[in-house]
Write a protein that binds this ligand. Structure first.
Ligand code: NAP
Ligand code: ZN
Ligand code: ZN
Length: 349
């Protein structure tokens, strides 16, 4: 089936309309009519070849929501009309220890929703800036939010799970003081989720203009991280820091905020390394530096259900597909509160 999409032919080209093909649904496949797709900073990193290995044409998008259009003969968990989501993963080996643990995100053969190998044309996966997608049922998520909130659910499929997973792994909850660094698409979800888990949340931003906005998201305190005095007030007091910043920056001022045995988990994935850190920042209070990659399929379902139960969605600004290049420029300036979401109906010719 040929459908409309938006993508780039090369790293230095703007995104433009593309006609792409999707496979006919196999026995275990779910064909989804995409309603909305969130715009993740990883889309910019990849479509511009800032990380190694981007294949072209590149159709980004891994924050996908829509309705089931058709199902294969063996699919029992989904039916036409169901509200569903697809995140960053569309396949994995299904038999390694990571897949067995429901941590497909750490499978060596995890297939990304775009830019991953596939027998389908053109030989690599094409993402959610498109009208339809066909995905094996194992990697399809059920959306239990009201249909009217569907556009604001889309960012949960990457920004939501990427922040939920480390908050759960490091057991954030009541009695914890948690820092969220970088208040963009990921960071604003980190604030909402950490708050809903019961933590005391401190937001760290470089943008003075986000001071009030971060409080409105649920942060108990907001620190403008360029202000040394404000930073010092939180010295050695945080149990956990979730760092979502999309650009290289000095990590040492944030290590200094961790209490003894505290951990900073990096989820931001800048194209070039952070400046070197002073090892004493870690040694002195037995602090840890960690990383975390999205989340597995069962945990993504758990996160969606947690958000439905707590009434959590993303704060979104809706765009048409033909506004995507301008949206990227605004994201690079930090000028979005907090996630652009493409209305995929705008792809119709
Ligand atoms: P985003 O919406 O663009 O937000 C990034 C935030 O980082 C900005 O809002 C800004 O926050 C801060 N920031 C940006 N440039 C900065 C700079 N030069 N100096 C200091 N702070 C800066 O991006 P996102 O979609 O949340 O993604 C964030 C990062 O996470 C990206 O690198 C993305 O590729 C990565 N990511 C990783 C995973 C994973 O599995 N680990 C999953 C998804 C995304 P303030 O204005 O508040 O300072
Ligand atoms: Zn993403
Ligand atoms: Zn596996």
């Amino acid at each position: 089936m040929t459908i409309q999409a938006y993508g780039a032919q090369a790293a230095d080209q703007p995104l433009q309309p593309l006609a792409i093909t999707r496979r006919a649904p196999g026995a275990h496949d779910v064909q989804i009519a995409i309603a909305y797709c969130g715009v993740c900073h990883s889309d910019i990193h990849q479509v511009r070849s800032e990380w190694a290995g981007t294949l072209f044409p590149c159709v980004p998008g891994h924050e996908i929501v829509g309705r089931v259009a058709a199902v294969g003969a063996q699919v029992s968990g989904f039916a036409p009309g169901d509200l569903v989501g697809v995140g960053c993963i569309v396949d994995s080996c299904r038999h390694c220890a990571d897949c067995g643990d429901g941590l497909e995100n750490y499978c060596d053969h995890m297939i990304g929703t775009y830019n991953g190998p596939t027998p389908d044309a053109p030989g690599h996966t094409l993402g959610g800036y498109s009208q339809q997608i066909v995905v094996h049922e194992r990697y399809v998520l059920r959306v239990r939010h009201p249909a009217a909130q569907l556009n604001a659910v889309a960012p949960l499929l990457c920004a939501g799970i990427t922040t939920y997973s480390p908050l759960r792994h490091w057991k954030v909850g009541l009695g914890h003081k948690v820092g969220v660094v970088g208040i963009g698409g990921l960071g604003h979800m980190g604030i909402k989720l950490a708050r809903a888990m019961g933590a005391h949340v401190v937001a760290f931003t470089t943008s003075e203009s986000k001071r009030d906005a971060a409080r409105a998201l649920g942060a108990h305190e907001v620190v403008v991280s360029r202000n040394r005095g404000e930073m010092k007030a939180h010295a050695a007091s945080l149990d956990f820091i979730l760092n979502t910043v999309a650009a290289p920056h000095d990590l040492d001022p944030f290590f200094a905020l961790l209490r003894r045995d505290g951990t900073m988990a990096l989820v931001g994935a800048p194209a070039s390394p952070h400046p070197p850190s002073n090892v004493f920042s870690l040694i002195m209070k037995r602090r840890s530096l960690a990383g975390s990659l999205i989340g597995g399929i069962p945990e993504t379902q758990e996160m969606l259900d947690f958000c439905a139960e707590h009434g959590i969605v993303a704060d979104v600004e809706m765009i048409r597909a033909d506004e995507i290049n301008a949206a990227y420029e605004r994201m690079l300036k930090g000028d979005v509160k907090y996630r652009f979401v493409i209305d995929c109906a705008s792809l119709a010719p």
